[in-house]
Write a protein that binds this ligand. Sequence first.
Ligand SMILES: [Zn+2]
Length: 369
Amino acid sequence: MRFLTADYLFPLHKAPIKEGILQISDKGEVIALFENRNEIPQDKLEVFDGIICPGFVNAHCHLELSHLLGIAKKGKGFLDFLATVQERNNFTKEEIQIAIENAEQQMIANGIVGVGDICNTTDTLLQKRKENLQYYNFIETFQVHNDKIDDAIQSAVLLRNQFRKAKLKTTIVPHAPYSVPPKMMRKIADLIDEKDELLAIHMQETLAENELFEKKEGPFLNWLNSISASSGIWEKRNNSHDALKELDKHKILLVHNTFAKKEDMTGNYYCTCPKANLYIENSLPEYSIFDADKLCLGTDSLTSNNSLSILEELQIIKENSDFDLHTLLKIASKNGAEALGFEKLGTFEKGKIPGVNLIMGFKEVEVVD
Ligand SMILES: [Zn+2]
């Protein structure tokens, strides 16, 4: 049993408590919150400088790409980045496994307790079986040629089944509107069953994606034409969101949204990956357009980032938005836990086992009670 207190306690399901106290069991389960240090015998209190908040949720990662750290050149744009990811197979199984293990260790050291992770392979399965962190696995699928869609879907189902066999939360998801034709979106929607809680999709990560759907021109159109992609991808969709309609009404996490506009907003959950956006496109979303209760935070992969730290991502949002500290911490923890269905994470509500983070250096930030 421990009684933890700091300058501020941020339970996240309620307002921050100045000098509040968190009582947790030896297993990390939240037992109670106290408003006043006088309620607890002084010798039992552990007093820290800074703020205490629940463990972070990294709502978007590609753990299996961790070995590509430092290979992509910064600011070269998305198509150049895609070419770099093609190098993923030029490594040994052992190198890939070591990178995955180190990346997970880094997330743990950085106070992350839950992850929404994109998978194209079973490379991360070994590590995830250890249950060091909670994962929601998204089996990512794409295929721009209509005649090869059935094969892609079949491989995705096989992959999903392997993850589910290991009792891991797993759902088949479309990669992005520009890489998945309508026919394939409908097939993905048909695969949704009672075990699927959430879909995830990369959205509006580049200006070229908007140009493709809204104007039927630009680098993405040229690229898709050059690989003889099915024109169904852009012909009947007038913006990226038209693709979501093909998925039926389902809980979806839209990832990146770097070039999303106010009128693009839907009632879905949104995930921002600021450092990756700066790394690849040297751009950030306009944060005022989001519903702050539905905004989550992700690191993306070590291919497009130099670290897996939600706190570093938060710092970028803080510098580029009007969100107060309470809202920022909800974005870092509570919202992601809600989106990914991690019921025991995200807040200091009684009975949860959310992990405890002590943040120093945020002390000077003005806290509104
Ligand atoms: Zn991604």
